[in-house]
Design a protein around this ligand. Structure first.
Ligand code: NI
Length: 169
């Protein structure tokens, strides 16, 4: 089921999520809904709070549905190692049409559980490393605009408020 994407400034996007403790059909359905909602919105990553669910769960698919083996589900993920630095443009389905360059680690290793509750580790670089960091930030209640300088962030927040006033946000 496609669920609507929650937009900034909804408070659920700015609160840390709860750990997932039940690995059941409900969790599977939630993960499936997240993939469907992400594909419908043409995204490559989606965190549970973005469909209004405050749980520590994110899905990523850099191929955007083209390659089924590129579907990644991370339950209760943590970044356990970082290396290097990259500075590339990011966007977010909860901040439509806002794109800015963000400083991130170039390579990260994450630890997470799968939908059966089994722990695994996974490494990513470049775009995948960015997706890991961006999505895990969501689970901590952090949006990418909080990773920008205060000046850039203020300009974006002003732009959003203006769009809100004209009913375009
Ligand atoms: Ni995002």
């Amino acid at each position: 089921m496609i669920r609507p994407i929650v937009k900034y400034p909804d408070p659920i996007l700015q609160r840390p999520t709860e750990l997932v403790t039940e690995f059941n059909d409900e969790l599977r359905t939630l993960a499936n809904d997240m993939f469907e909602s992400m594909y419908a919105a043409k995204g490559i990553g989606l965190a549970a709070p973005q469909i209004g669910v405050g749980q520590r769960l994110t899905v990523i698919d850099l191929s955007n549905k083209e390659k089924p083996d590129e579907k990644i589900v991370l339950v209760n993920p943590e970044v356990i190692e970082t290396q290097g630095r990259q500075y590339e443009e990011e966007g977010c389905l909860s901040l439509p049409e806002i794109r800015e360059k963000v400083v991130r680690a170039a390579k990260v290793k994450v630890k997470a559980q799968n939908l059966d509750g089994e722990w695994f580790e996974m490494e990513g670089e470049e775009l995948l490393a960015r997706a890991f960091q961006h999505e895990i930030d969501h689970l901590d209640g952090v949006l990418f605009i909080y990773r920008l300088s205060g000046l850039k962030r203020d300009l974006i927040l002003r732009r959003i408020r203006k769009l809100q006033r004209t009913g375009e946000w």
